[in-house]
Design a protein around this ligand. Structure first.
Ligand SMILES: Cc1cc2nc3c(=O)[nH]c(=O)nc-3n(C[C@H](O)[C@H](O)[C@H](O)COP(=O)(O)OP(=O)(O)OC[C@H]3O[C@@H](n4cnc5c(N)ncnc54)[C@H](O)[C@@H]3O)c2cc1C
Length: 512
């Protein structure tokens, strides 16, 4: 692997390919790697100088930072990511470290470390809120059932016809329009227990009263039941391992190369036009780029059925993020002891979300990846990553706002970690503008479309678009945002292209 170009070093060697993948986020790379391993000659095209999208990393002097992703479920023991990498024969290229507790959460006068493992997770919350023990048990069980049914649905033959298939899954059917709060408030009485149980709402970007219960429950259980993991050496390694499969199978991964247009003729998709004007032919094009850009700018909305365009117009994007990448010489004893710690100044998540929506978040998370991987910084030093959610529209000029943001972030962390400021060796703030610049996601959206009940399942774009040969993968498509979601979308898209009726068929074919 070329050190300056993680994940690719090849140019576009041919005038035509079996399949072209536009964008190398984890959704696009999952599909590209599976297609390559299945014998297709694939071209993956990436406008950035490295693969990975939000799962890329960057170096500043001796420090190595993940740009976005810091926690993923299912990387060991037969979980989905583990299985994918094994099937592609690159499992040994990623070293995943378990993260347990999965997270630590702080509210005024209260803190809790949430372990992985269903029984341990349930018991920890029941012990913290004994008066609600029965309701907490029922809530955790409902989450687990949702996850099991979702996995069955997505692995089965009806995965791209979700609306019809839901009837066969009683819990999915029952809760399809439910928010997290709808389910939680019926089972758990203490508002503090409710708030603590829904600590992870920022991972899906909406407060419990607006967040899809189905999506949130699946996301939570992917960590609790399958285990939470960090990829030693950053999640760039996961992206590079998938890109390796493409190149080692005879395909190309072209970096610093933009797709400007996806061509369509009477037979469907016919190829792409690159930024330099070169035309590359293929009857299969999968876009991992922002869905609205794919449809409006790369293809042209007039090529799609009018209904498709109208439904696109109704979809609302998710929030973006404010992230501070910080290197410190703080001794480990003065740092949070969990990889991922949430700090809420209120028990009311609606209020916390409203502060984010107004561009002045009152809450944040701190990730300390050097607790797990000391090689990310020189000996004795620590990386700390501050993350909170904000909308792109909150500030008209993010570049000029960076200095203010930096001060506010330093102040917020110093209020939690004494003596913090004196130990900061480097701080670099990423704004929604930064998120957009590196991934081209409109307004730096973190999770594609908002994950509200109406925008998951059949309410989200399917992986097979209504133009022959055009496919979509990534967080703008079914099932939704986050690494687990986009890898699933890549699996669904690859299945649709290769004609595998079920996920089991796909795994079986990769073994042959
Ligand atoms: C700060 C932050 C923290 C996060 N933390 C986590 C976490 O801990 N766990 C988790 O599960 N999820 C996390 N997420 C969410 C998760 O990272 C995303 O939902 C997911 O990675 C998106 O993957 P994707 O496949 O949709 O592609 P993206 O990551 O959106 O990448 C799309 C790629 O396509 C390329 N592209 C776009 N247009 C073109 C074009 N025309 N030509 C060529 N290339 C193009 C872009 O350059 C980019 O590389 C986080 C996100 C952020 C921003």
């Amino acid at each position: 692997m070329n050190a300056r170009q993680p994940g690719g070093n090849s140019s576009v060697a041919s005038e035509s390919y079996d399949a072209i993948v536009v964008g190398t986020g984890l959704g696009g790379l999952t599909a590209a790697a599976i297609l390559s391993r299945s014998g297709k000659r694939v071209l993956a095209v990436e406008r950035h100088d490295r693969v990975g999208g939000y799962s890329h990393s960057f170096r500043r002097g001796p420090y190595l930072f993940d740009a976005g992703v810091h926690l993923v479920g299912g990387c060991e023991g037969g979980g989905m990511i583990d299985r994918l990498l094994r099937s592609l024969a690159v499992r040994d290229r990623c070293d995943f470290a378990p993260v347990d507790p999965c997270y630590e959460t702080h509210f005024p006068g209260f803190s809790l470390a949430a372990p992985t493992g269903l029984a341990e997770f349930r018991r920890t919350y029941q012990e913290a809120f004994p008066a609600d023990a029965t309701g907490i048990g029922a809530f955790v069980d409902a989450c687990s059932t949702i996850r099991a049914e979702t996995q069955q649905l997505l692995a089965g033959a009806d995965s791209t016809r979700i609306a019809g298939a839901l009837a066969r899954f009683p819990s999915l059917q029952r809760y399809r329009r439910a928010t997290v709060a709808d389910v939680l408030n019926a089972l758990v009485v203490d508002p503090r227990a409710r708030a603590a149980l829904t600590t992870l709402w920022p991972y899906v970007g909406l407060p419990p009263g607006r967040l899809s219960f189905l999506y949130w429950a699946s996301m939570l259980m992917s960590y609790v039941e399958d285990g939470a993991y960090y990829c030693r050496g950053t999640f760039q390694k996961l992206a590079c391992s998938l890109a390796d499969v493409v190149r080692e199978s005879g395909g190309d991964v072209a970096l610093r190369t933009e797709v400007r247009r996806i061509d369509v003729d009477a037979g469907g998709v016919s190829g792409v036009v690159l930024g330099d004007g070169r035309r590359i032919a293929s009857r299969t094009v999968l876009s991992n780029a922002d869905a609205r850009q794919t449809i409006d700018d790369l293809v042209g909305r007039d090529r799609f059925p009018a209904r498709y365009g109208r439904s696109l117009g109704r979809l609302r994007p998710s929030l973006s993020a404010l992230v501070a990448y910080i290197a410190t010489d703080l001794p480990p004893a003065s740092l949070p002891t969990a990889h991922e710690t949430f700090y809420f100044d209120s028990w009311d998540h609606d209020r916390s979300h409203a502060s984010s929506a107004a561009g002045a978040p009152s809450w944040f998370t701190l990730t300390v990846p050097t607790l797990i991987d000391e090689t990310l910084a020189p000996p004795g030093e620590s990386l700390i990553v501050y993350t909170s959610l904000v909308p792109f529209a909150a500030v008209s000029d993010w570049r000029s706002a960076k200095r203010d943001c930096t001060e506010r972030i330093l102040g917020a962390i110093a209020a939690r970690l004494s003596d913090f400021r004196a130990h900061v060796k480097l701080i670099e703030v990423g704004t929604p503008q930064t998120m957009m610049r590196y991934t081209a996601n409109s307004d730096g959206a973190l999770y594609g479309w908002e994950l509200s009940p109406s925008q998951i399942g059949p309410g989200r774009l399917a992986v097979d678009a209504p133009i022959p040969g055009l496919y979509l993968a990534g967080h703008w498509t079914q099932p939704g945002g986050g690494v687990y979601g986009v890898v699933t979308s890549g699996l669904l898209a690859a299945r649709a292209i290769l004609g595998h009726a079920s996920e089991a068929d796909l795994w079986q074919s990769l073994q042959n």
